[in-house]
Design a protein around this ligand. Structure first.
Ligand code: GLV
Ligand code: MN
Ligand code: MN
Length: 423
């Protein structure tokens, strides 16, 4: 099809990203952002977004866990919609572009099509997914897991945060009610789903390219460990008599790093990013340590092999050091493959805009990992400075964001069909 005219207003997009970044509980000012699901700042950010969505003439719906759907109704209102969107929650001390670009950039893509006079045939639905980040409940993508059927409503409801609040209680306290199961979407609700996101890696920037069409998303897993030894007085217990949980964990983390380094796949990555030492006193031997492992690979079978190896090693370290170790696999998801038709639409859009383009894999996970279970899925990446993400100095230039929004808009137009078809 001929592609529609576009007028992307990148200044407004930058202003809105900066405004959104102010809804933060971080102890540093923006661009550092902390926005944890179902907290006050999350609620305020949601209100701000809904106001923007309504100002663009979109019809807003929220489901029982706060996934927010803003629909531009097409001329064929009964046809399955084209979905786009991402998340706006942010890990502690994050930057201001991760996820937010896919939501506010998705909105700007819709507005630019509206300004260009485009009338979609299929509706275009912009989604803000609840809790893509695992910060509060240990598992990421809770909103998209639920609506895609990847996590049972009861399992989701029972997840707990560190303070012992269940997901069910937390969503109710944030004002989201109704049966959690009612949020699950039918296969076919979307004819296609496409997410715009910063790359969160260095590939595009290093190659001097502007658009990446994602062909596959790596398989993530998260494991929670609890190691219990024997506590005691830091002066009173002699070294040969100790069963120090933290010393055992130190060895386990070194073993995890070694397993990842020795893996057959260069794409396998392992991270221990969270730890809690009990009782946490200078002069007390650590009795109990909890830590998390984040393990990923494009090759799901290799990820599972390495996970088994890690569990063997942590068990034998525990046995040798006479401590107990318990491990709980919180999630071990398969990878997702993008749909050829969506990738082709992204390629077509980038080519028509003369943007340097490549196909690539996503090592980070995204809500699209789960949307792929119920819809043909694709993603559009733009470069971020130095490949930096999950840090306050995360940055995407206005030029690259404009290119990403234009590519998204033309991709949505192709997938939705409609008129006028002009260039
Ligand atoms: C998403 O934030 C991820 O950790 O990949
Ligand atoms: Mn993230
Ligand atoms: Mn993200």
């Amino acid at each position: 099809m001929d592609l529609p005219a576009l007028e992307v207003d990148v200044e407004t997009l930058v202003d809105e990203l900066q405004e959104l970044a102010k809804f933060s509980a971080c102890d540093e000012p923006p661009p550092a952002v902390t926005r944890v699901v179902f907290t006050d700042v999350d609620r305020q950010a949601r209100d701000y977004l809904k106001q923007l969505h309504r100002a663009a003439g979109l019809t807003v719906r929220e489901d029982a866990v706060g996934n927010t759907f803003a629909r531009w109704v097409g001329s064929d209102a009964n046809a399955s919609a084209v979905g786009t969107g991402s998340h706006t929650d942010a890990i502690p001390h994050a930057g201001m572009y991760d996820g937010t670009l896919g939501v506010l950039g998705g909105l700007e893509a819709i507005r630019s099509l509206q300004r260009g006079g485009f009338r979609p045939q299929r509706s275009i639905e912009l989604v803000m997914f609840t809790s893509e980040e695992p910060t509060r409940f240990g598992v990421g993508c809770t909103g998209s897991r639920l609506i895609s059927g990847a996590m049972a409503p009861d399992t989701l409801a029972a997840l707990e945060d560190d303070a012992g609040n269940s997901y069910d209680q937390a969503r109710a306290a944030a004002g989201f009610e109704g049966e959690i199961a009612s949020a699950v979407l039918e296969h076919g609700h979307y004819t296609a789903f496409v997410e715009l996101h910063i790359e969160q890696g260095p590939v595009l920037e290093q190659a001097g390219e502007v658009i990446g069409a994602v062909t596959a998303i790596a398989a993530p897993s998260t494991v929670a460990f609890e190691v219990t030894g024997q506590g005691g007085h830091a002066g009173g217990v002699l070294m040969p008599d100790r069963r120090d949980a933290l010393c055992a964990v130190a060895e386990m983390i070194a073993a995890i790093e070694e397993c990842a380094l020795q893996s057959a796949s260069p794409d396998l990555v392992a991270t221990v990013g969270k730890m809690e030492v009990h009782p946490g006193a200078v002069n007390s031997i650590p009795r109990r340590v909890r830590f998390t492992l984040d393990l990923r690979d494009i090759d799901g079978a290799n990820r599972d092999r390495v996970l088994a190896e890690i569990l063997d090693q942590t068990n034998s370290i525990a046995a040798r050091r006479k401590v107990e170790v318990e491990s709980t696999v919180l999630n071990a998801d398969p990878p997702a493959t993008a749909d050829a038709r969506v990738v082709q639409a992204v390629r077509q859009a980038a080519m028509s805009l003369n943007l340097p383009f490549r196909e690539m894999v996503s090592r980070a996970y995204h809500d699209s990992l789960f949307m792929a279970r119920i819809a043909p899925m694709g993603m559009i990446f733009i470069p971020c400075r130095g490949g930096v993400s999950h840090r306050p100095d995360e940055y995407a230039s206005p030029e690259h964001m404009a290119a990403g929004v234009e590519t998204l808009a033309l991709t949505l137009a192709q997938l939705a069909g409609g008129r006028p078809a002009c260039t």
